[in-house]
Design a protein around this ligand. Structure first.
Ligand SMILES: *Cc1c(COP(=O)(O)O)cnc(C)c1O
Length: 364
């Protein structure tokens, strides 16, 4: 049985009627940037999260960059970043002229280890980027007090965590600012690139809107030196439709994760989940000592998988200049050798999950 790692065609076929009609509507207006659909999506998404402001932009990496810039982070500043994340989290820090400083992650949870944060803080540290990796909320209850103590800004990278909650509150509403990606494979995905920045701070929202639009709020009103990073009208219209399904899709992801939890045999390390955390299950990541054998079998059988990520950020080529030594991130290093992401998308059947588990259990 061939099982892909994700199935965007399957999802589209379920909402085709609505999406096609909306695309036709946008095409017939001839308006492809801005307009009501973009404002509608921004309002719907901030309402969904329980936040005041949503500033849409072109992708999740831009969202991080615009947020950092708006917070005044730049040359000479340092930003704490988890050692295991997608490269964007760190890259955005460099791209505003500051330096990422990596912090190891918690075993089982894969998110930034709050107890290691204080040791990484110095007089140049300005912010922490908490990544809700794989859809599991980072430990905001512990991160926020440390941030307060050292006057650090907190940015939540929610690119993998649409729909995740911590004690009933949506991720993306804990820090000064939070960022989302709507890359097609994310829990809420556009049909191209798209992103958004969330904040409750009205002045910060205005500044981010200016930065993402050449410094202007209206035409020819260039208050500051900005750039361009826009969510286009078609993507906004598509996202508004898909947002209506997000809760049910995340529920389905949790159901599928429970199937995996039930059918995987003992000894396979499963994702952490506790009652306070509502996992959005963007990825279902297990750990196995026999990854090489397992992925070889998956390749032979045509079962999709991912490795998120094969090399911790401090050790990827582009960060070798920082000169971290090999023992500095023991947890991220161990994880990078053993993790495998199994297929998880709302369209996956229980039969398919059973079949995947059967293969995993055979190898261990
Ligand atoms: C996907 C992702 C991003 C970047 O999003 P893009 O829209 O691809 O730029 C940033 N951070 C994390 C953790 C991601 O998974």
């Amino acid at each position: 049985m061939k099982i892909p790692f994700f199935d965007l065609k399957g999802q589209y076929s379920q909402i085709k009627h609505e999406v096609d009609a909306e695309i036709q509507k946008v095409l017939s207006t001839g308006l492809f940037m801005g307009g009501v659909p973009v404002l509608d999506f921004e309002n719907a998404f901030s309402k969904f999260l329980g936040a005041e402001h949503c500033v849409s932009c072109a992708n999740g990496t831009d969202a991080l960059e615009v947020a950092l810039k708006a917070l005044g982070i730049g040359k000479g500043d340092e930003v704490l970043v988890p050692a295991n994340s997608w490269v964007s989290t760190a890259e955005a820090v460099n791209n505003v002229g500051s330096e990422p400083v990596f912090v190891d992650v918690i075993d089982r949870e894969h998110t930034i280890d709050p107890y290691l944060i204080e040791g990484a803080v110095n007089e140049n540290t300005r912010a922490i980027i908490a990544v809700h990796l794989y859809g599991l909320p980072a430990r905001m209850d512990e991160i926020l007090p440390i941030a307060k103590k050292y006057h650090l800004k907190v940015i939540e990278d929610c690119a993998q965590a649409h729909g995740a909650k911590l004690k009933g509150r949506s991720v993306g509403t804990f820090g000064e600012v939070s960022t989302f990606s709507f890359y097609p494979t994310k829990n809420l995905g556009a049909y191209g690139d798209a992103g958004a920045i969330i904040t409750n701070d009205t002045l910060l929202a205005e500044k981010m809107r200016r930065i993402a639009n050449h410094g202007q709020l209206k035409k020819h009103d260039h208050d500051l030196i900005g750039r361009t990073s826009r969510l286009d009208t078609l993507q906004a219209a598509i996202l508004t439709i898909k947002l209506n399904y997000l809760d049910q899709w995340v529920q389905k992801r949790n159901l599928i994760a429970n199937w995996y939890n039930a059918y995987l045999r003992e000894g396979i390390v499963r994702p952490m989940n506790t009652t306070n955390f509502y996992h959005a299950f963007h990825l279902y990541v297990i750990r196995t000592k026999h990854r090489g054998k397992l992925v070889k079998l998956f390749d032979e059988l045509g079962i999709g998988y991912g490795i998120h990520y094969p090399v911790p950020l401090p050790y990827i080529k582009s960060y070798l200049y920082k000169g971290y030594h090999q023992e500095q991130f023991p947890v991220a290093t161990l994880l990078s050798k053993e993790i495998v992401s199994l297929p998880l998308y709302p369209e996956l059947s229980e039969q398919e999950v059973k079949y995947i588990c059967h293969q995993v259990n055979a190898i261990g």
